[in-house]
Design a protein around this ligand. Structure first.
Ligand code: G6P
Ligand code: ZN
Length: 542
């Protein structure tokens, strides 16, 4: 008989899930009982798992396999009947959402620290997704956190490890573990949404792309879908083998970290299209030849062209974007006569809108785009939607975006990040901004229409979220938004989002850093960034 043990434990400080689960250094997770406490807190908070099925998988980073073994043994000890595990412990975040929904499970545990670096000295993360497939809402994460604070014991099966590389069923202390192909269900879903025949014809006609998997989880997905199913030439997928430390890289698809891809798209003999995804496969960056598409513009362009894709041919019910994301999507929604919702940062806020059928497409400035096909943002989905649009329109990426601006006007946009600043200084800066009353004043020649700290009432369930970012909105509709990142693990990261609407096509070609120079200066001055943080320049500009 397998031994189910109840292990006495004491609580750890700070097991508080952030924007997207609990993220800490690997060394923190390696402390005895640390992972076990959090996993037991999840099981204790989500209801009785007896007889239920749970999905488990992660982005393949260092500690992924170790954590999965612990979670499986604890799931067995907590009465679960079945666990669905991606082969090799691999499961991208959107694929996990797909599988959680498709097999009507009791949710899933996803191991990832998303775009943060991996390795023994880097980051690890764990989060619970609900049966609808999305990240746990705040009520659930708060319950989990509360449980971590008074936990006294956890349950685990004292048995040998599961063979994670062996497809099929294995018995683990009475629980059936099913190791499945992590790509198949997801690839099938993508084929149901997009015109694969048209995309295949595009590649067959000589269209060239590069997809940078950044040695993270999307490698196997992109290779199977782009190269095998859609006939893109071998080598289209770069850095396609998932590595535990992402090849010492920082798997964040932006202009700074996806440098191999950026070099290819902005160099000689550039391909037609470039894209990258992050550690766990939910983010995306889109590039054309010599052209960068901001995530805010990407959402707007995809929304405007959605009916070209079979899965969205019937039109969109609505669009949702996070508050700091530019209002480009709002203009498309207005043109289509559909609502556009403005939510706080964090994909979980889209869940109720998607479940209620109020929004079909969602997007965030933080390189997240997705739809009601799953309940997570989805990197490869965005790439395939772009490919479908490109296959239908047969125009270069840059031309599609410029045409879009000509029709709707351009929401010129940039985000400035100040990473790794002192936490007390960052909190002081936000408190300073929160205390300002700017309405009716002039800042650098711009009249302030209002300033506030964004608060949101969910239109579906009525839940209220406050303190979601400081907005300074000017009379001409330009905005500056300040927030502190909720995903970092070292010090604080200040994000400053700057946006100005430009209706005049003659000015659409301007570099946003030039076009936004006045507002950028106003932002630095009003927040006293240099005086408070010692920084004269941002560390990352997107
Ligand atoms: C994660 C969430 C996103 C969110 C982002 C914000 O990636 O999944 O939904 O937009 O964090 O990150 P930040 O560092 O700005 O809090
Ligand atoms: Zn991610």
């Amino acid at each position: 008989m397998p031994v189910i043990t109840t292990v006495a434990t004491t609580s750890f400080e700070g097991q508080k899930p952030g924007t997207s689960g609990l993220r800490k250094k690997v060394r923190v997770f390696q402390q005895p009982h640390y992972l076990e406490n959090f996993v037991q807190a999840i099981f204790d908070s989500i209801g009785d798992g007896t007889g239920k099925t749970i999905v488990v998988g992660g982005d393949g980073r260092f500690f992924n396999r170790t954590a999965i073994q612990v979670i499986l043994k604890m799931a067995a000890a907590n009465g679960y009947a079945r666990a669905l595990v991606g082969r090799g412990g691999i499961l991208s975040t959107p694929a996990a959402s797909c599988v959680i929904r498709k097999y009507q499970t009791f949710g899933g545990i996803i191991l990832s620290a998303s775009h943060n670096p991996g390795g023994p000295d880097e980051d690890f993360g764990i989060k619970y997704n609900i049966p609808a497939g999305g990240p746990a809402p705040e009520a659930v994460t708060e319950a989990i956190f509360a449980r971590t604070q008074d936990i006294r014991e956890y349950r685990i099966a004292e048995v040998g490890d599961v063979d994670l590389d062996q497809l099929g069923e294995q018995n683990l202390a009475g629980m059936m573990v099913q190791v499945f192909d992590p790509v198949a269900d997801y690839a099938e879903l993508m084929a149901s949404l997009f015109d694969f025949a048209a995309i295949r014809a595009l590649f067959a006609g000589g269209f060239r792309m590069k997809f940078d998997a950044m040695h993270a989880v999307t490698g196997p997905y992109a290779t199977a879908i782009l190269e095998t199913a859609l006939g893109a030439p071998a080598g289209t997928v770069m850095n396609g083998v998932p590595l535990e430390d992402f090849g010492h890289g920082h798997p964040d698809p932006n202009l700074v970290h996806a440098h191999d891809l950026v070099e290819a798209l902005f160099g000689a003999d550039a391909p037609d299209f470039g894209a990258a995804s992050d550690g766990d496969g939910d983010r995306n960056m889109i590039l054309g030849r010599d052209f960068y598409v901001t995530p805010s513009d990407s959402l707007a362009v995809l929304a405007a062209n959605a009916t070209l894709c079979p899965g969205y041919a019937q039109g969109l019910a609505g669009i949702a974007r996070s508050m700091p994301t530019s209002a480009a999507a709002d203009r498309v929604a207005a043109g289509l006569g559909i609502p556009c919702y403005e939510t706080p940062t964090g994909w979980k806020f889209f869940g109720t809108l998607l479940d209620a059928g109020k929004a079909t497409l969602c997007g965030e400035e933080s390189f997240g785009t997705g739809s009601d096909h799953v309940r997570e943002k989805d990197g490869l989905w965005a790439v395939l939607m772009w490919l479908n649009v490109l296959a239908a329109r047969r125009q270069p990426v840059a031309e599609i975006v410029r045409d879009h601006w000509a029709k709707y006007g351009r929401n010129v946009y940039s985000r400035h990040d100040y990473e790794g600043i002192d936490t007390a200084a960052a909190n002081g800066l936000m408190a300073h901004l929160r205390g300002l009353e700017l309405k009716g004043q002039q800042l650098g020649g711009y009249g302030v229409a209002f300033n506030d700290d964004f608060a949101y009432t969910d239109p579906v369930d009525g839940s209220v979220s406050t303190k979601q970012g400081i907005r300074i909105v000017f009379d001409d509709g330009s905005r500056i938004v300040f927030r502190l990142s909720g995903t970092g693990t070292e010090g604080a990261t200040l994000r400053v989002y700057i946006e100005q609407f430009q209706p005049d096509p003659a000015l659409h070609h301007l570099d946003p850093q030039v076009a936004l120079a006045d507002l950028i200066k106003i932002a630095r001055d009003v927040a006293e960034i240099e005086a408070r943080t010692g920084r004269t320049e941002p560390t990352v500009i997107t």
